[in-house]
Write a protein that binds this ligand. Structure first.
Ligand code: NAP
Length: 338
């Protein structure tokens, strides 16, 4: 089949980027990726099953390599952004690479005559810093980064999407921009390098939590998130659009119920009792990942994906399938305690 064109996907070693690269390749696009370090090139190609994937070395914090990576591309999918597994000492460790990386991707894409940049933003840029009772969030909402309801990662995604949109308004003439704003992304894994979001399932399966915290999140499947990125890349009339990708909001206890019901003995370490909030706060003193999510105690953040569904005919898998496929995949790849 003739190539439909060339697409650069930034952060090719990442979880979501991997599924986007695979879908684009399946659909007949010539795909390229950036990685921070080309020493990982073979590992990335092999995990993705894309032996011919062209990879370029480019960091979010430096201009080196970007011009070569984007030369001749029709589209850019800008996915790379740091996701911490603990709150950083200095929030600029996240904010600077996220924001500068977004601007760098746009600047080099524009210079190379790219038609459209699709950027992975996040519900983090939408659903935080709002007074209670929180609404069901839509694309009209923006996180208030000055509100204490936010933390470094939330602010990094908010500032980077804002900066990208401001840059496009000031300097982006002739190029189009769309953002995809997913909730917690779960689903099967391709290799051992999976995203921090999968810690939700891994920790339950490992029995790493002394109980089920009173914390919840909107869930979306990585395959559906990839599909939305690919749809918005070429759909007409998308410039400036923003699309939430968020399924049902589930508490940890509801995720645990699905694992227990569907995985049998494979879910034997999944706790059944509730973890009181005071005990979670104690655990968080010793566990930096838990500390990062402790501000989420008891908070419901629901969002509507109606815009993507009605505008693009996009659909989501049932959340139960996402959870089960995620767990089975972690188990089959030997990424949880046997
Ligand atoms: P991931 O697997 O951790 O991928 C992050 C990617 O960014 C990796 O390829 C990483 O490279 C790259 N990266 C980080 N810092 C970099 C730097 N300084 N220079 C170049 N590359 C850098 O996480 P993911 O879940 O796929 O996330 C991808 C995107 O989705 C991010 O923008 C994230 O904010 C967004 N998102 C994720 C979720 C979720 O639940 N997972 C939800 C909403 C939005 P290395 O492999 O070298 O570290």
């Amino acid at each position: 089949m003739d190539s439909k064109g060339i697409v650069l996907v930034t952060g090719a070693s990442g979880y979501i980027a991997g599924f986007i690269l695979q879908q684009l390749s399946r659909e007949g696009w010539t795909v390229r990726g950036t990685v921070r370090n080309l020493a990982r090139a073979d590992e990335v190609r092999s995990a993705l099953g894309l032996p011919d994937l062209q990879l370029f070395q480019a960091d979010l914090t430096s201009d080196a390599g970007w011009a070569e990576a984007v030369a001749g591309c029709d589209y850019v999918q800008h996915i790379a952004s740091p996701i911490p597994d603990a709150e950083p000492k200095d929030e600029n460790d996240l904010i600077v690479p996220a924001r500068e990386g977004a601007l760098r991707a746009l600047r080099f894409a524009h210079g190379a005559g790219v038609k459209r940049v699709v950027m992975t933003s996040s519900m983090a840029a939408i659903a935080y810093g709002h007074p209670e009772p929180r609404p069901v969030f839509t694309e009209q909402h923006w996180t208030d980064p000055a509100n204490p309801d936010t933390y470094a990662y939330i602010r990094s995604k908010t500032y980077s999407e804002r900066a990208a949109r401001d840059w496009m308004a000031a300097s982006g003439a002739g190029m189009e921009y769309v953002s995809v704003n997913p909730a917690a992304v779960l689903g099967p894994v391709l290799g051992k390098d999976f995203s921090t979001s999968l810690e939700i399932i891994k920790r339950l399966l490992d029995g790493a939590l002394p109980g089920l915290p009173n914390i919840g999140f909107g869930i979306v499947d990585v395959r559906d998130v990839a599909d939305l990125h690919v749809r918005v890349m070429t759909a007409p009339g998308m410039d400036g659009e923003r699309f939430i990708a968020c399924g049902k909001f589930l508490w940890f206890r509801e995720v645990a119920d699905v694992l227990k019901a569907r995985l049998g003995t494979r879910a034997r370490r999944v706790p059944t009792r509730r973890l009181p909030d005071w005990l979670l706060r104690i655990v968080s003193r010793f566990d930096a990942t838990i500390r990062m999510v402790t501000p989420e105690l008891g908070k419901v953040r629901e969002a509507s994906s109606a815009h993507a569904m009605t505008t693009l005919g996009w659909t989501m898998r049932p959340e139960e399938q996402t959870i089960v496929d995620c767990a089975n995949s972690l188990i089959e790849k030997g990424l949880v305690k046997s």
